[in-house]
Design a protein around this ligand. Structure first.
Ligand code: NAD
Ligand code: IPM
Ligand code: MN
Length: 360
């Protein structure tokens, strides 16, 4: 099996180095047999190849079993042409691999129940799965652009658009995953103001009636969902939502778990296609190069690759347990609130502690 590593920019390379450390331990100690190669994406690719995703790197991604990415973007590239910005490389990769379903689990590890900005009793035991549509909606809708108006002012515009097929395939993923969990899906849109939301609700309702009537389905407007996530997050099992709402709600959900540095993701497409696994955080330019970034989201993204793509759920369990044990033993990167009996470590220190548990 082959995994393509795309470290990217900012803290990306720092956290991917720690994922690499975990792969090495799984290869030597647990018979994983995963071959890794690496390539550039984002700003790093602009420097190396002049574009944020080179065609040969997309081809390399397609030829591997899974792709693990760090992060893209940063102030160094603020002046490049808009269609060549680092983030476009990531969007092209998702689109190029047909990755329509983005799984973003927000799980509160027991040891971090006091690290959240919310009270322990609100987030203790939290286990939500956000299923975000990833290659449609306003991120990709046409027309889009900035145009000059006759009076000399300008107008910027984007298009939110969803077809029934795009809604059905991601909804099917959400319902199917719900069957392995608590069996509840909350579909989130703004059908009260957007036609695309009306179609979203109708399509999800019809699919539910036709194929998934054993699942409990509810609907919620996105603004209410944002509020409910901080009021009573444990009411949710699976949240199914579109590309833009999913982006926003998953950052919000991340903070429930203690830090954005804890949240992994898996982007999946058609069966047999390689998936893309990445932390949901960005390149964190404010802390890049300091060796303090939390590598847990990257390491837990590797665990998602083991679970959802590489058919090693046993190793995924081991990695998740190693992370959980390290947190229970008091290891904390700077983004996680400390407290009595905790010890602050850097990116490498956290990676080494997790690797040591897997090796021992
Ligand atoms: P960000 O996620 O990079 O950072 C937000 C805040 O969270 C910062 O204070 C950062 O220090 C902190 N943070 C993030 N990850 C952390 C980690 N692992 N450990 C400790 N602290 C962490 O978001 P931003 O500042 O809005 O964006 C910075 C750049 O990253 C932009 O160019 C943006 O487009 C890009 N971005 C990329 C991705 C991605 O590659 N998937 C995701 C989001 C943002
Ligand atoms: C994410 C990021 C990306 C997104 C950007 C960097 C394109 O914020 O993965 O959450 O908006 O999808
Ligand atoms: Mn985001």
């Amino acid at each position: 099996m082959k995994m393509l590593l795309l470290p990217g920019d900012g803290i990306g390379p720092e956290v991917i180095d720690e994922a690499r450390r975990i792969i090495a331990v799984l290869n030597t100690g647990h018979g994983l047999g995963l071959e890794v190669e690496s390539a550039e994406i984002g700003g790093a690719s602009i420097e190396a190849h002049g574009v944020p995703l080179a065609p040969h790197v997309l081809a390399q991604a397609k030829a591997s079993h899974a792709v693990l990415m760090g992060a893209v973007g940063g102030p160094q590239w603020k002046d490049v042409a808009y269609h060549l910005r680092p983030e476009q490389g990531l969007l092209d990769l998702r689109k190029g691999l047909g990755l329509f379903a983005n799984l973003r689990p927000a799980v509160c590890f027991g040891a971090l129940a006091d690290a959240s900005s919310l009270k322990r009793e609100v987030i203790e035991g939290l286990d939500i799965l956000i299923v975000r549509e990833l290659i449609g909606g306003v991120y990709f809708g046409e027309p889009r652009g900035i145009e000059e108006l006759p009076d000399g002012t300008r107008r910027g515009f984007n298009t939110q658009s969803y077809s029934t097929g795009e809604i059905e395939r991601v909804a099917r993923t959400a319902f199917t995953l719900a069957r392995q969990r608590q069996g509840r899906v909350c579909s989130v849109e703004k059908a009260n103001v957007m036609e695309s939301g009306v179609l979203w609700r109708e399509t999800v309702t019809a699919l539910h009636a036709a194929e998934f009537s054993d699942i409990e389905l509810s609907h919620m407007y996105a603004d209410n969902c944002a509020m409910q996530l901080v009021r009573h997050p444990r009411q949710f099992d699976v949240i199914l939502t579109d590309n833009l709402f999913g982006d926003i709600l998953s950052d919000e959900a991340a903070m429930l778990t203690g830090s954005l540095g804890m949240l992994p993701s898996a982007a999946l497409g058609a069966p047999g296609q390689p998936g893309l696994f990445e932390p949901i955080h960005g390149s964190a330019p404010d802390i890049a190069g300091k060796g303090v970034a939390n590598p847990c989201a990257a390491i837990l993204s590797l665990a998602m690759a083991l679970r959802y793509q590489l058919e090693r759920p046993d190793l995924a369990d081991l990695v998740e347990k190693a992370v959980s044990d390290c947190l229970a033993d008091g290891y904390r990167t700077a983004d996680l609130a400390g407290g009595p009996d905790t010890r602050q470590v850097g990116t490498q220190g956290m990676g080494e502690a997790i690797a040591a548990r897997l090796a021992g």
